[in-house]
Design a protein around this ligand. Sequence first.
Ligand code: AHR
Length: 496
Amino acid sequence: MANHHLIINTDTPEGTINKNIYGHFSEHLGRCIYEGFWVGEDSEIPNTNGIRNDVTKALKNINIPVLRWPGGCFADEYHWKDGIGPRENRKKMVNTHWGGVVENNHFGTHEFMMLCEMLNTEPYICGNVGSGTVQEMQEWVEYMTFNGESPMTNLRKENGREEPWHLKYFGVGNENWGCGGNMRPEYYSDLYRRYQTYVRNYGDNKIYKIAGGANIDDYHWTEVLMRESGEFMNGLSLHYYTIPGHFWKGKGSATDPRESEWFITMKKAAHIDELITKHSAIMDQYDPEKKVALIVDEWGTWFDVETGTNPGFLYQQNTIRDALVAGLHFHIFHAHHERVQMANIAQTVNVLQAMILTEGENLILTPTYHVFEMYKVHHDARHLPVSISSEDYLFEDDSLPQLSVSASKNEAGEVNISFCNIDPNKEASLNISLRGLKEGISEAYGRVLTASGTNAHNTFENPDNVKPETLKNIKINEEELTVKLPSKSVSIITLR
Ligand code: AHR
């Protein structure tokens, strides 16, 4: 058992953890939108206006603050006017990026906005720069947000929506260095300046404009965008996926039990810290006041698809390893709270690192879902500085810190401390000194998500194999806590 010591200063919070880092991303990809959210009004699966009740119920429980849609790569091929009006008249198209399947456009702007209203979440819409026109983008924003006399307002009303929607977050293209048009940063930067000009604020609706950002460590992209267009944006995105293998030559199985796969996954997940640090350093040069946010609007694990499923559908299982990846990302986002103002995991249902998997009328919650649920307490809480002396998790001739910890304080004065013990073999014994408490600790309550094997996951036959349990044996001694964290676990302790 490894011993660790932690000091938390509870009276000197530094900044706020924006709840939007707990955001989501849902694309017209595989079974995310269709089957995952949308089953249609005539489905036997219980639904409200076509949207599955079980999925919305589960998602309401994790308080999704913001939801990005319709893509992804799909966004730069999406023509929003195909997805409005009577459903039976909507144009069908081929979803070239994702399996070449027919997209019937039954889930469009009205359905997405309805979903956001049901979930009480902020919509984040990604517009089409790659194959769409400036006019198309301008009219979409007008259609959604304008209340005056105009062709788009009239069209919206004809389609049954009298009042405009509130829309804050709008992305001007997606991955324009790749599926969004294979552009050079200089070219995209100019296009960004042009397109965003026509993304108007109508009435009281103020749009927060997000420019398509870099892939992984493409620092040149960030440099050019910030230098040439920084003054025209509120946020700049970054995409980074945790892939244990190789993107083209085999990413690795989602349920591989080998420790080598576990270790490399943890290492690659932790790498986002370096990426954020380096992209932020470039942003600091052009924007020392941190007016432009870094928006990590695609992140998560990306494994090989499950055997027998459509390779274009990106359907993968989700294990305790994914839970650790999620916990590590959140701690890193918390630490970068000054620059990182939003993050969107890819993707909410049935695709990549999903919260929910469905099979017909059945649904399971994944270990990743449980991390989002446990970490709700960090939403919009004040970030507390933490100092940790952690032993290392050693694997072959490499190592990583065994523990990752993050703490916050909410409005009621409760302190929440979350922990990732990434060692798949060793428990961690932890001594925590809490500085600056007015009174001692009166109550400490903990929950833990762990499992017996590194590939433990939930199935439709055994949906509760991995789920949070009470964390036992938390010992309080005035301003000190001692606790034991099981191997491969994500835990949270609330102090009152
Ligand atoms: O999330 C899957 C895909 O990954 C998205 O469509 C794209 O933006 C990224 O390459």
